[in-house]
Write a protein that binds this ligand. Structure first.
Ligand code: CP
Length: 305
């Protein structure tokens, strides 16, 4: 397979190989010269049809650390605004001898759709509420760096699971790696199919936190809800917000994660986000090595063709 469209489509062996490769690149980017010449013959287009800070910059940096040629495209400043279709847009970019496409798109399944219509490797950088595979890989990788391994660990994903591509990709990745996964949040923010994925739902945040080794606190995706949504932000924070008092009252020290961007004071307070139990910035740091690994492994397949 020459794409990374979702964690659902890959195996534990694929994840293990990505992690091994990321270990190598993590060491490389800590050297004084952070760059390797591996992909001097590869050109990558980063196509962002939706806003991003971490994913966009992390992919660009990963590609540059591998010495690939990189072009960046933001839909808002492009001819998409004049009505050009997704396939026309991408085929025009590919005709400039581009080998790989990294794409973020607001529509679930956009990456899968594109993979059936173009001739290039595609990496999904987030498609609507479907998948965000490199986020799940960097999350799982960050847990292994913090706790040694994932098999047998208890991990709770808290919050707006309904609108979250991060939740879905994390569930698939963590299950591949042998973790026990629960989700916690208001019923209105749980997809109906969630238990069919083999995860248990816990509605009470304290109980979920007392059970887990790791809590991944999701962002409340206000942009995907209207103002009549229940719970309101204030009600959400009262029932599902993690503050220092709650964190310190638990019977053990748990690891706190968040994919970013954080709504400070909504999902977590600043003193939790910035505490020694938080690995939020380690997640961002590890994202570069993980994305280098994904791109390197896909490019190796292109070169074999
Ligand atoms: N975690 C994440 O995807 O952040 P961005 O939306 O800033 O890329």
């Amino acid at each position: 397979v020459n794409h990374l469209l979702g964690i659902k489509y890959i195996t534990k062996a694929d994840i293990d190989l990505i992690f091994e490769t990321a270990d190598h690149f993590k060491e490389v980017i800590n050297r004084p010269i952070k760059k390797v010449p591996s992909l001097r013959d590869i050109t990558i287009a980063n196509l962002f049809f939706e806003n991003s800070t971490r994913t966009k910059l992390s992919f660009e940096l990963a590609e540059k650390r591998l010495s690939a040629d990189v072009i960046n495209f933001s839909a808002g400043a492009s001819s998409v605004k004049k009505g050009e279709t997704l396939i026309d847009t991408v085929n025009n970019i590919l005709s400039m001898k581009v080998d790989m496409v990294v794409m973020r798109h607001p529509n679930p399944g956009a990456g899968v759709f594109l993979s059936k219509n173009i001739k290039a490797s595609i990496v999904n950088a987030g498609d609507g509420a479907h998948e965000h595979p490199t986020q799940a890989l960097l999350d799982a990788y960050s847990i292994t760096k913090k706790l040694g391994e994932i098999a047998g660990k208890k991990i709770v994903i808290v919050g707006d699971v309904l609108h979250s591509r991060v939740a879905l990709s994390n569930i698939f990745a963590l299950q591949h790696l042998g973790a026990e996964v629960k989700v916690c949040g208001p019923k209105t923010l749980m997809p109906k199919y969630i238990e069919s994925l083999g995860v248990k739902v816990e509605l009470n945040l304290r109980k979920a936190l007392e059970w887990c080794d790791v809590a991944n606190m999701l962002r409340v995706q206000n942009e995907r809800m209207d103002i009549s949504y229940f719970p309101s932000t204030r009600e959400y924070t009262q029932q599902y917000g993690l503050d220092k008092e709650l964190l310190d009252s638990l019977n053990k020290e748990i690891v706190v994660m968040h994919p970013g961007p954080i709504n400070r004071g909504v999902e977590i307070t600043s003193d939790v986000a910035d505490s020694s139990q938080s690995i939020i910035l380690n997640q961002v740091e590890n994202g570069v090595a993980i994305r280098m690994a994904v791109i390197y492994l896909l490019a190796s397949k292109i070169k074999q063709q």
